[in-house]
Design a protein around this ligand. Sequence first.
Ligand code: ZN
Length: 65
Amino acid sequence: MRQKEATCPSCGKHGRFTHSGVQHWPQAVAAAHNLPPVIHLWTCPHCHSTLSEVVLFPANRPVPA
Ligand SMILES: [Zn+2]
């Protein structure tokens, strides 16, 4: 099970998010929204919101590998 630490934008708590899937966008759609064509989704351990990595790990912060 893949996990990453992050602060949840929904409930404001910090925790270990669980990988819950991948979202695929057509290249044209991704480019139009300035998003990567593959976006990983993570689930909050506190409020169980499913959030995209774009929200959890903004580009202006380094993402741990
Ligand atoms: Zn949360």
